[in-house]
Ligand binder design. Structure first.
Ligand code: NAD
Length: 250
């Protein structure tokens, strides 16, 4: 797959879908900047990739904190130049909850990380991309973007990410910057495995609800992300692409 752009920033790059995107983009020849809160995993992935000849740098940044994001992006621009790719996979999940019982502090935190984090990183890197006249951003939506879900704070946040994706795509297209999102179905990441292990997610129910009766693999989401960032997707912007084993089709 053609990935002529070379420098990729991936938030949430130390786990799950973000880690799979880091590995996929590195495999496609990109230098990667991994952003996460998990120092241990971030530095381990950085070391592993470097040992196989990849230019990889881990940065501990809380994407919901404006000053931290601005300082991080300034450092990236100085040390590495303008990123060609931004993948906003840093995010948090939520268990189903009745609206009447919702913990608004949890709803706020979901908004802060999933929406504000995506906005802050997209804003800071998107400005540089627009100045450079090129770039591709991929955000993480969810099936809750398309169908109402009882994970109320999470669902609201992922509808917000869809709106952000569409508005930014319309704003930045003339400057050569494309903005898309993927909407993974039930994907077997560490976060999902923890929910299965604690009994909050029943694998059999996922199989029954999916046209392809299985979980999505993180590498399959990463493949779609890599496609959206590549020249093969040069005419695609402002879309939210489901990768859901046919969950929406049922
Ligand atoms: P994960 O927990 O495996 O990975 C998320 C990573 O984001 C973690 O390494 C975590 O440390 C990091 N992170 C969390 N808060 C952060 C912050 N404030 N600043 C920087 N990094 C932060 O989760 P995942 O399943 O890979 O999910 C990744 C994204 O994909 C999320 O946005 C999630 O909503 C979305 N998604 C996941 C699924 C799924 O089934 N796993 C489905 C749809 C969408």
């Amino acid at each position: 797959m053609s990935n002529t752009p070379r420098l990729a920033v991936v938030t949430g790059g130390a786990s799950g879908i973000g880690e799979a995107a880091v590995r996929r983009l590195a495999g496609d020849g990109c230098a990667v900047v991994i952003v996460d809160l998990n120092d241990e995993r971030g530095t381990a992935i950085e070391a592993e990739l470097r040992s196989s000849g990849v230019s990889a740098h881990f940065h501990r940044v809380d994407v919901s904190q404006e000053a931290a994001v601005e300082a991080f992006v300034a450092e990236v621009l100085t040390c590495h130049g303008t990123p060609d790719i931004l993948v906003n996979s840093g995010g948090i999940l939520q268990n189903a909850v009745r609206v009447l019982q919702a913990d608004v502090k949890e709803v706020d935190r979901l908004y802060e990380v999933n929406v504000r984090g995506t906005l802050l990183m997209s804003k800071a890197i998107g400005r540089a991309m627009c100045e450079a006249g090129r770039g591709a951003i991929v955000n993480l939506c969810s099936l809750t973007t398309f169908r109402a879900s009882a994970q109320i704070g999470y669902a609201l946040s992922k509808v917000g990410v869809k709106t952000l994706t569409e508005v930014m795509a319309a704003e930045c297209g003339a400057q050569g910057v494309r903005v898309n999102a993927v909407a993974p179905g039930y994907t077997l990441t560490p976060a999902m495995q923890a929910r299965i292990d604690s009994g909050q997610r029943d694998p059999q129910a996922v199989y029954r609800q999916s046209a392809l009766p299985r979980f999505v693999q993180p590498a399959e989401v990463a493949a779609a992300i890599a496609f959206l960032c590549s020249d093969q997707a040069a005419a695609i912007t402002g879309v939210v692409l489901p990768i859901d084993c046919g969950w929406l089709a049922r």
